[in-house]
Design a protein around this ligand. Structure first.
Ligand code: SF4
Length: 341
């Protein structure tokens, strides 16, 4: 257990958590919406601190990060709890479908050691929502040295002050922009999604490397209009060089009656993003698709060739430019990879 970083004390031993935009007011002995932040005698505590419920070693591409230290392995951790209630959640048993907090006792120092022992170049805070276990993430990131990167895989539903704090130590973030107002309200129990966009602007300003994922759910968020609106926002506010992943939905949890996203839908979304001038647009969860590779926006050369989650060929110069025409490819975390190889 650890005292929370972002909260204020109110009257009658109540507290207001300022970690995510729900800004829960929590009474003594109660927990906030996420179930893992508890008020104990007027102080807010993170119950899941040091209690990872799952860890694994993954290619960074699996997160997905296609432009941050491509080809490296990342040690991934999660604790229980989430600040959303997505009906399609693939990690439902650990995000919000639990009755008791579980996890193994592992200190931030030990997480870093485990990451290094497994040969990974970084640590990813993922699977559930890292904003909700923020203190554990940041204390762990604090223990890493210059050789190890730190990544968030997030729903982006965090306060601006948290986004600023993340910028101090987290190198990259992949934010899942789930859809329009109705989807957030009806499927995720988020009644105002604007803080997600505000947080993204702060993260960009703070120099955090950003990739965006859009999971396309048939008939929920896959209309041309909705896709266009989100793509335009990303281009305008984060830049045309922001890697953009359109990801296939597969039936799960409370949305098992919805069919998987047709490949044609993903390709329609890719066409829209291409036409809007986005430079790096990917097709997710369709292994072998031609849009799993990175193409130079200038000359069209395949500069990072992938086979599923593996990088099999890199055609970049030592500065991260296309080795055919020299166009600078937006690559984050270059210092973690050998650009000469
Ligand atoms: S992190 Fe949890 S307790 Fe804090 S505001 Fe968000 S849902 Fe509420």
């Amino acid at each position: 257990m650890k005292k929370a970083f972002f909260y204020e004390e109110l009257e009658d031993k109540k507290v207001r958590c300022n970690t995510c935009p729900r800004r829960c007011v929590v009474r003594d002995s109660e927990t906030g919406f996420c179930g893992v932040r508890k008020n104990l005698r007027g102080k807010l505590n993170l119950l899941t601190y040091g209690l990872p419920v799952t860890t694994s070693l993954d290619p960074v591409e699996k997160k997905p990060f296609y432009h941050f230290a491509p080809g490296t392995n990342v040690y991934s951790i999660a604790t229980m709890g989430c600040n959303l209630r997505c009906k399609f959640c693939q990690n439902y048993p650990i995000s919000y479908g639990w009755s008791k907090i579980e996890g193994n006792n592992v200190s931030p120092e030990q997480i870093v050691k485990n990451a290094l022992d497994t040969g990974s170049q970084g640590i990813a805070y993922t699977y559930t929502e890292p904003t909700v276990f923020l203190e554990y993430c940041l204390d762990t990131a604090e223990k890493t040295d210059e050789q190890t990167y730190n990544l968030f895989v997030s729903n982006g539903y965090m306060t601006k002050e948290v986004a600023e704090k993340i910028g101090e130590k987290i190198d990259g973030i992949n934010v899942d922009l789930k859809g329009g107002k109705n989807l957030y309200r009806d499927i995720c129990e988020v009644y105002d999604e604007s803080p997600i966009y505000d947080a993204l602007k702060v993260l960009k300003r703070e120099g955090v490397f950003i990739e965006i994922t859009m999971l396309l759910i048939p008939d929920f968020n896959d209309s041309d209009k909705e896709i266009t609106e989100r793509v335009e926002w990303v281009k305008q506010n984060l830049g045309k060089d922001t890697p953009l992943h359109f990801s296939r939905f597969t039936p799960r949890h409370k949305m098992r009656n919805i069919p998987p996203t047709p490949v044609e839908t993903l390709e329609r979304a890719i066409d829209i993003a291409d036409q809007k001038g986005m430079e790096y647009v990917y097709c997710g969860n369709i292994p072998g698709h031609q849009r799993e590779h990175t193409y130079c926006p200038d000359c069209g050369k395949n500069v990072i060739k992938r086979n599923g989650m593996s990088v099999v060929e890199r055609n970049l110069n030592s500065y991260g430019g296309c080795d055919n025409c020299g166009y600078e490819i937006n690559i984050g975390g270059k210092k973690y990879i050998d650009m000469e190889s």
